[in-house]
Design a protein around this ligand. Structure first.
Ligand SMILES: NC(=O)c1ccc[n+]([C@@H]2O[C@H](COP(=O)([O-])OP(=O)(O)OC[C@H]3O[C@@H](n4cnc5c(N)ncnc54)[C@H](O)[C@@H]3O)[C@@H](O)[C@H]2O)c1
Length: 308
């Protein structure tokens, strides 16, 4: 497949009354992914699978090794199940280049940040990316809930900044929430909208509000399930069974929380609580305690369930 090539509309300024000073063409073929954890590895795999060159960066070499292994296993599975040939698998693996430092992003057209859900960390990294990357590079965040408008404002390219919220597991989930910061230009929005379609996923556009749409609805349900456990109403397995067998959910809320990461769930609840200033979003004390104990869910080996 070829690169995404777009001519922005003439109203590309975020402020509609200010016409674009210069016509630009946004070409996206080399993608940077910052953070090789649960989401970053999946995002890298999806782009590499579609023929993009991917620079995958993480400051922990062990996470990079783990990501490469996971991607390889996932691609092997696709070959075994049929949709991918062995040659396509090898090409996809070949498209991913790993490195521990962000200077690898110097030639990237787009960098998608997928590091831990901590606003000061993300802002500091975006300020470094702003210095490292050429002016034309679009910066995107896979944040689950943090304000894109605030992160965009911390850079000198706020019009080329947007939220790209992939779902977990990235290779299997069809949706990408596209979140426009207040400053995002139409050209940036259109380039990423087109890009999401090119990787065979469905973009849904939402405004920059705490939790966007997905986590504003999902996370209070998970938090309520944790409260139900905390108050001793039922066991973890029974709470999950009610939602799976009674509501036809593919996973129970506690199992899903373990899968997402309890640290991420807690941060999202705090973002909702602070953002809306409404006590209905207060995180359950048990969720806070689990995170304090280092029980992050599947990725740490223990959450509401144990993982060997
Ligand atoms: N887990 C989910 O289900 C899910 C779903 C959608 C979005 N998200 C969002 O995606 C982002 C990543 O989540 P995750 O679950 O992949 O987290 P994770 O903990 O699995 O991975 C985070 C990675 O970031 C790396 N990292 C941290 N600081 C870094 C730095 N300074 N430089 C380079 N790398 C650094 C860590 O080494 C780690 O590998 C978060 O913003 C989260 O809210 C998560």
């Amino acid at each position: 497949m070829g690169p995404v090539l777009l001519q922005p509309r003439s109203d590309c300024s975020p402020l509609r009354n200010q016409p674009c000073k210069r016509k630009q063409v946004m070409t996206i073929s080399n993608i940077g992914v910052l953070g090789a954890g649960t989401m970053g590895s999946g995002i890298a795999q999806v782009f590499a699978r579609q023929g993009f060159q991917v620079q995958l960066v993480d400051n922990q070499p062990s996470r990079l090794q783990h990501a490469v292994l996971e991607i390889q296993q996932s691609l092997d599975k696709e070959v075994a199940q049929g949709p991918l040939s062995a040659t396509q698998r090898d090409q996809a693996a070949h498209n991913i280049h790993t490195a521990p430092q962000m200077d690898r992003f110097v030639d990237c057209d787009l960098v998608i940040e997928a590091v831990s859900e901590e606003e000061p960390t993300k802002i500091a990294l975006f300020q470094s990316l702003d210095r490292i990357c050429p002016d034309s590079t679009i910066l995107a965040s896979n944040t689950s809930a943090i304000s894109l408008t605030r992160m965009a404002a911390a850079t000198n390219r706020s019009d080329r900044f947007m939220g790209m919220h992939f779902m977990n597991p990235v290779a299997q989930m069809d949706l990408v929430e596209l979140i426009r910061a207040l400053q995002t230009s139409d050209a940036t929005y259109q380039a990423l909208h087109e890009l999401v379609q090119r990787i065979q996923k469905t973009p849904v556009t939402v405004k920059d509000y705490p939790g966007f749409v997905s986590n504003r609805i999902l996370m209070p349900m998970i938090n309520e399930a944790v409260y139900t456990l905390y108050e001793g109403v039922a066991s973890s397995t029974d709470i999950d069974a009610v939602m799976k067998l009674g509501m036809n959910h593919p996973m129970g809320p506690l199992e899903l929380a373990d899968f997402i990461g309890l640290d991420t769930c807690l941060v999202i609840m705090n973002v909702l609580h602070d953002g809306f200033r409404d006590s209905k979003y207060r995180p359950c004390p048990l969720l806070q305690q689990m995170v304090d104990a280092g029980y992050y869910g599947k990725k740490s080996g223990r959450g509401f369930y144990s993982y060997s």
